[in-house]
Design a protein around this ligand. Structure first.
Ligand SMILES: Cc1cc2nc3c(=O)[nH]c(=O)nc-3n(C[C@H](O)[C@H](O)[C@H](O)COP(=O)(O)OP(=O)(O)OC[C@H]3O[C@@H](n4cnc5c(N)ncnc54)[C@H](O)[C@@H]3O)c2cc1C
Length: 458
């Protein structure tokens, strides 16, 4: 337990800032994407380079503090209590370099997807980013990373080719398939438990154009649309990934006019193929007669914001589950829980089609090689105050009950609360992760968003 907090010593060793609770910028510095999250670390260190990171790691170790690495705070809720924890926030590590010929990207650990997706698109390249341009590449990649091209190319973490990090003993290392391969394996899925990542290098893919967009249907047609969509899924190739969402938009100025304040059932899709073939594949959904249809031939940059995730921080509560499938009774239960007539205030009930490369284990993969199930569910309710949070939680519980018979696992990136991380992995992977943790961080200095404790070495 730290009795005195001489952060001035750490400040003196760093070129970046250290912000502690008595500093004027404290509340702004500890604020994260979910405004309902109240992060209270001992202090926040904001390194500007690797030497700053080493200073922060050494300082924490010498002063009885643990270290929680953070890039954007999108998964900060999962951290739990940060008492006696130094939050090392890498937001200022903003280096980006793109080699379009080698199809390799190297970014500082603070870089968000929005910095690289448009640039890559100009080169006819696409990365395996997810639904929100505001998410950090580091946390997304360390936990897995499921985006629009996941059925074709798998999880982003398995396209990572190297990571640069500072280990618990204050050593700067670059790890890849040849150098410290066990640590490289563990980092790809083991979240922030193994070190403080300063840079990530990853492969990107040649994509000139896609056939992609969204079909909006009235909210009232949720059951009908979801039935057609779930029946369509087994017929679709890996080149096409579709998501279905129940979306209830706020009546707010930053929401585009045609959907502002409205509730919809939406089928999204991204197809690595021609418009003609895409139209044929999606015909059963389109035959239902969408009221808005945005599908078009688009450059990869269009995928950055296609999911219409909230662009700005907001207070929310959420739930998630990976589902083996969702047969007709499951669709009906889900629509009863959160669809028309349910009274649900939930802003989003999202179902992502999985399968394809997400279910195929490659020998080169990291700890998060695959994800089980054929659908990923993520639901979210806005929590402006205690009453709205309680109401949203009630509806989220109804959603959980509706899909419970099909629940086959959980995906760490979507779990936004403290959880037992062993449940994300099979027994062998979990045991191996704990062995790597014992080798590289035996005193459990690093507090990742989903905790992996060191194995007890005999
Ligand atoms: C609006 C929204 C949309 C999302 N969409 C998707 C999606 O489409 N697909 C998907 O897979 N996930 C998605 N997610 C989940 C997201 O990928 C996770 O929340 C991820 O952990 C966020 O990473 P981050 O770096 O932005 O957040 P952070 O909270 O900063 O990081 C999350 C964790 O990663 C680790 N970490 C971060 N930086 C470092 C570092 N430098 N060194 C070591 N460890 C580090 C830490 O353990 C940290 O707690 C979404 C989340 C939100 C809120």
């Amino acid at each position: 337990m730290l009795t005195a907090t001489p952060f001035a010593d750490l400040s003196a060793r760093m070129t970046g800032r250290v912000v502690s609770p008595s500093d004027p910028g404290w509340d702004a510095t500890r604020r994260v994407f979910n405004l309902a999250t109240d992060l209270r670390p001992a202090a926040v260190a904001l390194p500007r380079d690797v030497n700053d990171v080493i200073a922060a790691v050494e300082y924490a170790g010498a002063n009885g503090l643990r270290v929680a690495p953070q890039a954007t705070g999108h998964n900060a809720d999962a951290l739990g209590s940060l008492e006696d924890v130094l939050l090392v926030d890498v937001r200022e590590l903003q280096h980006v370099s793109i080699d379009p010929v080698a199809r390799r990207v190297r970014v500082g650990a603070g870089v968000k997807w929005e910095r690289v997706v448009p640039q890559l698109s100009d080169f006819g390249l696409a990365a395996l980013h997810g639904s929100s341009p505001d998410v950090g590449i580091a946390g997304y990649s360390l936990g897995g990373g499921m985006g629009w091209l996941a059925r074709k190319y798998g999880l982003q973490t398995n396209s990572v080719t190297a990571m640069e990090l500072v280990t618990a003993d204050g050593r700067a290392a670059r790890v890849d398939a040849e150098n410290e391969p066990e640590l490289f394996w563990a980092l790809r899925g083991g979240n922030g438990n193994f070190g403080l990542v300063t840079a990530i290098e990853f492969a990107v893919y040649p994509v000139e154009n896609l056939y992609a967009g969204a079909m909006f249907f009235p909210f009232e047609r949720a059951g009908e649309v979801l039935h057609v969509w779930t029946e369509l899924l087994p017929t679709l190739p890996d080149e096409l990934m579709t998501w279905a969402k129940l979306l209830q938009f706020p009546d707010a100025p930053d929401v585009p006019e045609p959907v502002r304040g409205g509730s919809f059932t939406v089928v999204f899709g991204a197809f690595l193929g021609s418009a003609g073939e895409g139209r044929t594949l999606l015909r059963p959904a389109r035959d239902l007669g969408p009221t808005i249809d945005t599908f078009a031939v688009v450059p990869p940059a269009a995928l950055g914001e296609m999911a219409m995730d909230p662009p700005d921080p907001l207070p929310f509560v959420s739930t998630t589950a990976l589902l083996s499938d969702l047969p007709r009774p499951g669709v009906d239960e889900l629509v009863s829980a959160a669809g028309p007539g349910s009274g649900s205030p939930l802003a989003m009930v999202e179902l992502r089609q999985m399968g394809g490369a997400l279910g195929r284990r490659s020998p080169e993969a990291g700890a998060r090689a695959t994800l089980p199930g054929s659908l990923a569910m993520l639901s979210l309710g806005v929590a402006e105050d205690e009453a709205s949070a309680a109401t949203a939680r009630t509806y989220l519980e109804s959603v959980e009950r509706a899909v419970l018979p099909y629940h086959t696992g959980d995906y760490a990136n979507f779990v936004m609360e403290p959880a037992d991380a062993s449940s994300f992995f099979d027994a062998d992977t979990w045991a191996r992760l704990r062995q790597v943790k014992a080798l590289y961080d035996p005193s459990d200095l690093f507090k990742g968003n989903h905790h992996i404790p060191p194995a007890e070495l005999s």
